[in-house]
Ligand binder design. Structure first.
Ligand SMILES: C[S@@+](CC[C@H](N)C(=O)[O-])C[C@H]1O[C@@H](n2cnc3c(N)ncnc32)[C@H](O)[C@@H]1O
Ligand code: SF4
Ligand code: SF4
Length: 302
């Protein structure tokens, strides 16, 4: 397939029920924790989006990858995917299930009830804006408040928990409950292998435990609003966390497609190349782990 180079762990012969695709490396924000723009990741940004892979070539490549790997569910990402909304309109028709993860600053489009928007906000207004940019929180909420009556695509918020915002999460929940947002999930930072100096990263999973317990208590207090499952959070604690990340089911189930010039390439995992698996807190990893356990496919007990 000329426009898709599968590397390392990812094989032409494998089946992947899900995939994530960066449809553009352009972004109108520059968030402090963003893994996309880390050194060593495929993230080249040409001057114009028009110089990235053309819509037709991308759609054809995604269709071929869908058929070869049995991809049912597509997570549309970037950069900021809504900057290529014409492509998304056609792309979502290729897959049974679709999620667009967006920074929410670009107006949402009604793609119907089967499309889920995941909108990223990383803390209450002041903290979010310190990481995502001045005025971003208000802009996102204004966009959501301005959605026309009868807007069919459901939306949720996703917030990345870090060492820096772990004590502000309830404030975020309270702020969001006063907006059109009806539910949210917490993901946890995926640090670089050498990211010890980052103010956002915990040094160890033991140090992260307090943050996980904070989210567990929010789940108990606001069960309908916080959608992480109890077991997926429990799996982030000792002794489970490293058992789960050592056998990362996200890597086995989700094909990551990063844009590199005129083709896609597969990095180490959805979070790129320079990642510390032992401290990974990605929502998907623990969500899939809990789900597969529930279905009797794996056990995380010894
Ligand atoms: C890379 S962004 C791309 C889509 C869109 N621009 C957005 O911000 O939602 C996808 C998601 O990854 C999250 N993210 C960024 N850096 C992260 C990190 N180091 N660890 C965990 N999640 C991260 C973002 O907050 C966002 O929810
Ligand atoms: S908006 Fe998304 S892609 Fe853009 S810098 Fe922020 S996290 Fe990264
Ligand atoms: S960083 Fe997380 S998602 Fe990536 S392979 Fe490691 S455990 Fe899996």
């Amino acid at each position: 397939m000329p426009n898709a180079k599968l590397e390392g762990f990812y094989k032409d012969s494998e089946r992947y029920p899900s995939a994530m695709v960066n449809v553009t490396n352009h972004c109108n924000l520059s968030c402090r924790h963003c893994f996309i723009f880390r050194e060593g990741n495929p993230n080249e940004v040409p001057l114009s989006i028009r110089d990235e892979m053309a819509d037709d070539a991308m759609l054809l490549t995604l269709k071929e990858l869908r058929d070869r790997h049995g991809i049912k569910s597509m997570m549309w990402m970037g950069g900021e995917p809504m900057l290529r909304n014409k492509l998304l309109r056609k792309g979502i028709k290729l897959f049974k299930s679709n999620t667009i993860t967006t920074n929410g600053t670009v107006p949402l489009i009604d793609f119907g009830p089967d499309l889920l928007y995941v909108i990223s906000l990383d803390g209450p207004e002041e903290y979010n804006d310190s990481i995502r940019g001045e005025g971003v929180f208000r802009k996102v909420i204004k966009n959501l408040e301005g959605l026309p009556e009868g807007f069919k695509s459901p939306f949720q918020v996703q917030s990345v928990v870090t060492k820096f915002n772990q004590h502000m999460l309830e404030e975020l929940v309270i702020q969001l409950m006063e907006t059109p947002v009806r539910w949210m999930t917490f993901s946890f930072l995926v640090p670089t292998a050498g990211g010890e100096s980052s103010p956002d990263a915990w040094q160890t999973n033991e140090e992260r435990e307090e943050a996980v317990r904070i989210v567990m208590s929010l789940k108990e207090k606001y069960p309908g609003f916080v959608r992480n499952t109890g077991r997926s959070l429990e799996l982030m604690l000792s002794p489970y966390a490293e058992r789960v990340t050592n056998a990362c089911l996200a890597r086995a189930n989700i094909l990551p497609l990063y844009l590199e010039g005129d083709h896609f390439t597969t990095p180490f995992c959805c979070y790129g190349n320079d990642v510390d698996c032992s401290r990974c807190g990605a929502w998907a990893v623990f969500h899939i782990a809990a789900k597969q356990e529930r279905n009797g496919v794996v056990s995380w007990e010894e």
